[in-house]
Design a protein around this ligand. Sequence first.
Ligand code: COI
Length: 365
Amino acid sequence: MQHSRFPLTAVTQSRLGQVDFDNPGFGKIFGDHMFSMVYEDGAWSKAEIIPYQALAIEPGVAMLHYGQTVFDGYKAFRGEDGQARIFRPERNAARLHDSCQRLCIPIMPVDELTDIMIQATRELIELDHAWIPSQWGHSLYVRPLVIGTESTLEVRAANRYHFLIMTSPVGSYFTDLQNGVSLRVEDRFTRAASIGGLGAAKTAANYAASLLPGAQSKAQGFDQVLWLDSNEHRYVEEVGAMNIFFKIAGRVITPPLGGSILPGVVRDSALTLLRDWDIPVEERRLGIDEVIEAFASGELEEVFGAGTAAVICPVASIGYRDELYSIASAPPGELTLRLYNELTGIQYGKIEDRHHWNQCVTLPE
Ligand code: COI
């Protein structure tokens, strides 16, 4: 590898043979190597690339009890031109930084974190380049994780942390484009507090809160939960694994970032592309009653989600209070498909990257 910045301990035996590239699933198997860095005695140090391996953690580690853990996720795509393209990793670094701050994790300054994350990702990709799937729609998912590793039962920020970056070959998180997903509007539980909570942080608690309503949705035949705000259970928030967009009478509406929803990188990319195309876009609060009215009047044209794992995902139907609303143009609606094609075209290097979103890595032959 050229210009290696981090000390490397390479695997003696690759696990690549265990990967089912036709059916990679999502996060079922992890790349041979991972990045590791430690915070102790008030400083981050010991940055290195080592074989993917189990962590030695005491059961008394506070993170296991009180949830001081944050993560993020971005993808690298294999282009036919021999380049891997990492999609907007600097946005994920900035978000990881914000998540750490919200969880009281003493993260390094954002510029330093961005530099380390991108360089570590580049080195992991070069090293484990054979792990990047070549099938369209498949990619190498990159998962940074920061966890408190101090053993204590006191409820306070830990004084030791582990920062890891692992990779995993993945397929599409949801169903294929032709089927779309079904969402159940959750009007009893909430994902995150409307004001002052953890909703904008990518932290385990938000995902733990989603498990019971998620399981209840599955039991009723739905794929995912559509969350409403915690104050009134009226305004649409997000889906948990993706942000949500509604096309109503020619205008695309998505909930605004206000601290309760995740500031999605693909959400931002979709908004940018829509604005490029002069499609009217509104980032505003949208009541579920407005969605139902638009459905009744025939003005609800398309619904889609946007997320790193989910890409651009058509929504085929929405269940709300014993009624099922099937979206007329799904799956996928015309605009949903246009966005999907443009975004994936940029990610795989087939369409000009006008906004300089990709970070390219030339892969070894
Ligand atoms: C991502 O899109 O990267 C996510 O983190 C969603 C994941 C929790 C499935």
